[in-house]
Each structure stands twice: as structure tokens, then as C-alpha cells.
Design a protein around this ligand. Structure first.
Ligand code: ADP
Ligand code: MG
Length: 394
């Protein structure tokens, strides 16, 4: 599907996306820059992507008429959040190319499926996940082996940014936590000794071509990504290569099409650099890949466009070291809890600072409002600028 073309019915080449959040917005921008028209399906009339798209279908994700409208408007459809009902993607796939497909998204939506997938490709990826147990019944709760504790109980579905997770030290806390989570299907994961966290983003095309970015190191605060370090020395080279290879095999194993992000833990296993464990995967561009918009010649959103439309997948080249600072709604409040406007004057005066705001009008603590990419000629300069920016944003 080439941009700037017009179909026999007179419709300009249009790319559709399920979900209208910030990831959808950045996808829309990337698609439009190439000359595509865009269509967004999201019930929220003020959704960040809906506000900037040519078309905005304002229905629920599983609404039959909404899906029909999106299919009629679009030449191909992608998704920007993993909790879109897999059935909706299946419906769309009956009419248009959909990438990633319903099956891949269904795996990423359910930690139980996701972990089975990681286990199934461990022999090719060379990386396993943390020891875990599935808890769907009281009998499974009783049978949890002691060596999984202390651990983290995670709901199988709908968890994100650390939500739907409870840390438990012993069997009694585990039982209480499962009650707190309303006894929905869960996985209990052993608490791992983390040295660091990293993620790898790849894009795979319909023909199986696959390209990717180097791993980035991620720092989370309260379960939410706070800072991404994207430069060569951010982790040992041997681990970086293993993480890249593992991500490609995790994508290849299910014939994935689109952009995939895989999150890893670097754990302290007594070895010099530590061991690598796979944590979870997102069937879409990822918050930890936002630096690619300013530090690479092709961004993760450009690759999402290329992959779904069947365009060539150029190997991305990073031309600058980068640090990404997530801008949560907290930045809009002073220490006394009073609303304020962040000092954009000072931020925008910093050389190499690239501000991305998502068009959300109401700041709330923990809400992802935007991000700030810092790039520069050398790493020391980038780090110094990032420190200044963090001070300004306080
Ligand atoms: P989410 O879907 O909320 O991103 P994750 O499974 O990635 O859920 O967990 C959020 C964060 O919690 C991780 O980034 C990591 O910091 C911490 N965490 C999760 N699982 C473990 C574990 N098994 N051991 C240690 N820390 C963990
Ligand atoms: Mg995570």
C-alpha cells in the first residue's frame, strides 16, 4: 500500500489504528508524514490520536458498526494498545490486512499465554522467563512451591504500568493478595534480583524481514517507566546481542508482523555481567522506544507504518546517544500539590532537547502527558543536559 495513491473507489491510501492514545497519535504523525491519510477508532472524542487524524471513528472497540467503518476507511489496520479485543482484530482481518494479528495480540494480552510462548521459544531465544506458577484455582494456590516466594502476583490480564500486581513474601500474603485481586486468573512470579531492566524493539514485515533497534536500559519508578538510556554503553555488549537475538526469535516464532517490544531483566546471577530473563512483550511501539523519534534515522512509528503497509523495512541507524525522560502528570504539580505550568521556556532552551506532548488537556499524577528526548554529539553532553532538564522539571 503506497502512500499518496488513490484507490479505484477514489479513497486516498489510508492507514487505520485501533486505539487513540499517545502511541496512536505518534503513529498517525508518522503515517501522515509519508503522505497517508489516517483513521483512528477510539470511543473518547478527545483522544490524542483522534484529535490529529483525518478520520476518527468514535465507538467502542468491539462495536460492529465502528469496526465496519474503520475497515471501510482503511487499507490496513494496526493497533496501539494490547487490550483491544482480539475478536475485533479478527473481524477486521476478514476485510483488511491487520498487523499485528489477533493471535499475536492475544498472547501479549494474557500473561499466562505470554509466559508459555516464552517457554516454547526458550530453546531458540536462549532466554527464559522468571520461574512462575499459574493461579486460577484455590488448588493451584495451595500447590504453589515455596521457592517461588517471595514473589509478585500479577493478574493474567489488563495489567500495565505496575497495576494489577501485588508483592508477596509468604503463603499467607499470597492468599490474601489473590483475594484482593478478586481471585481472577493470575501468575505468581518469583521476585528476581534485578541489576537492570532493558527492552528491545523490532519490526517484522509480511515477508519475514526483520529489523531492530539496539536495546535500551529502562528505569522504572513506582512501576512506571521514568527514564530510558539509549546509547551503546548502557549495558554490556554480550547481553545486548543476546537480547536482540532473543527478541527476533520471539517475533519469528509466531510469524509476528508489525512492531514488537520485548522487556528483559538483567539479573544478578553471580556472573560478571549478570543473566538475562525475558519479562513481557508489547505488540506495538513502546514507551521505551520514544528516543527513536529523535535519535534514529527511522523511528519505531515509521517502522510500524512500513511493516503494516508492506513497505521495505530499512535497518534503523541511531545517529546520537539519547536519554528519554517521561513526563508524567506529576510534573504539572508543585511540591504543595498546586497545579503549575512546567517551565517550558527553560526546557526548550536546552540544546538537544526535543519535547513531545500528547495533547492531553488534564494532567493527573501518573498520567503520561509527554516525553522529552535529549540528544547530542556526545554522551557526556547528553547526560549533562538530561540532568538540567530533570532539575527544571523538578
Ligand atoms: P507491567 O505490565 O505493569 O509493565 P511488569 O511485569 O513489566 O508489568 O512489571 C512492572 C515492573 O515490576 C517491572 O518493570 C519490574 O521493575 C518489576 N518486576 C516485575 N516482575 C518482577 C520480578 N519477577 N522480579 C523483580 N521485579 C519485577
Ligand atoms: Mg512492563
Amino acid at each position: 500500500i503506497f502512500p499518496g495513491t488513490v484507490s479505484a473507489s477514489g479513497r486516498p491510501a489510508t492507514l487505520g489504528v485501533m486505539g487513540g492514545g499517545q502511541l496512536g497519535r505518534m503513529f498517525v504523525h508518522a503515517a501522515q508524514r509519508l503522505g497517508y491519510f489516517t483513521a483512528v477508532l477510539d470511543p473518547d472524542p478527545h483522544s490524542p490520536a483522534g484529535l490529529v487524524s483525518h478520520h476518527h471513528v468514535q465507538t467502542d472497540y468491539s462495536d460492529a458498526s465502528g469496526l465496519a467503518q474503520l475497515a471501510a476507511l482503511s487499507d490496513a489496520v494496526t493497533t496501539e494498545f494490547e487490550n483491544v479485543p482480539a475478536g475485533a482484530l479478527q473481524t477486521l482481518a476478514g476485510q483488511r490486512p491487520v498487523a499485528p494479528g489477533a493471535a499475536a495480540v492475544a498472547i501479549a494480552q494474557n500473561r499466562i499465554e505470554e509466559k508459555s510462548h516464552f517457554v516454547a521459544c526458550a530453546h531458540v531465544s536462549g532466554v527464559s522467563c522468571a520461574p512462575y506458577a499459574v493461579i486460577e484455582t484455590p488448588a493451584q494456590l495451595e500447590a504453589v512451591p515455596a521457592e517461588l516466594l517471595p514473589g509478585i502476583l500479577k493478574t493474567a490480564r489488563m495489567g500495565y504500568d505496575g497495576k494489577g500486581q501485588v508483592r508477596v513474601k509468604n503463603a499467607a500474603e499470597l492468599a490474601a493478595a489473590w483475594g484482593e485481586l478478586k481471585q481472577v486468573p493470575c501468575v505468581l512470579e518469583k521476585l528476581m534480583p534485578l541489576k537492570a531492566e532493558c527492552s528491545v524493539i523490532v519490526a517484522r514485515g509480511w515477508n519475514g524481514d526483520i529489523v531492530g533497534f539496539a536495546p535500551q536500559r529502562n528505569v522504572h519508578v513506582d512501576g512506571i517507566l521514568a527514564v530510558t538510556h539509549a546509547y551503546e554503553s548502557n549495558m554490556p555488549a554480550a547481553l545486548a546481542l543476546r537480547a536482540q537475538a532473543a527478541t527476533k526469535s520471539i517475533a519469528n516464532h509466531i510469524g509476528y508482523v508489525g512492531v514488537l517490544c520485548v522487556e528483559f531483566f538483567v539479573i544478578d546471577d553471580g556472573s560478571e555481567h549478570g543473566g538475562l530473563i525475558v519479562n513481557e512483550m508489547a505488540p506495538r511501539p513502546h514507551n521505551s522506544g520514544h528516543h527513536t523519534m529523535d535519535a534514529c534515522d527511522v523511528s519505531q512509528f515509521d517502522l510500524q507504518v512500513h511493516a503494516m503497509a508492506g513497505l521495505p523495512l530499512p535497518a534503523p541507524r541511531q545517529h546520537s546517544p539519547a536519554i528519554m525522560l517521561n513526563l508524567l502528570g506529576d510534573v504539572w504539580f508543585d511540591p504543595q500539590g498546586q497545579m503549575r505550568t512546567p517551565d517550558w521556556q527553560a526546557v526548550l532552551a536546552l540544546p538537544g532537547a526535543h519535547l513531545h506532548l500528547y495533547g492531553k488537556l488534564h494532567a493527573r499524577p501518573g498520567r503520561k502527558m509527554g516525553h522529552l528526548n535529549i540528544t547530542g554529539a556526545d554522551l557526556a553532553g547528553v547526560k549533562a543536559t538530561a540532568r538540567k532538564a530533570a532539575d527544571i522539571l523538578g
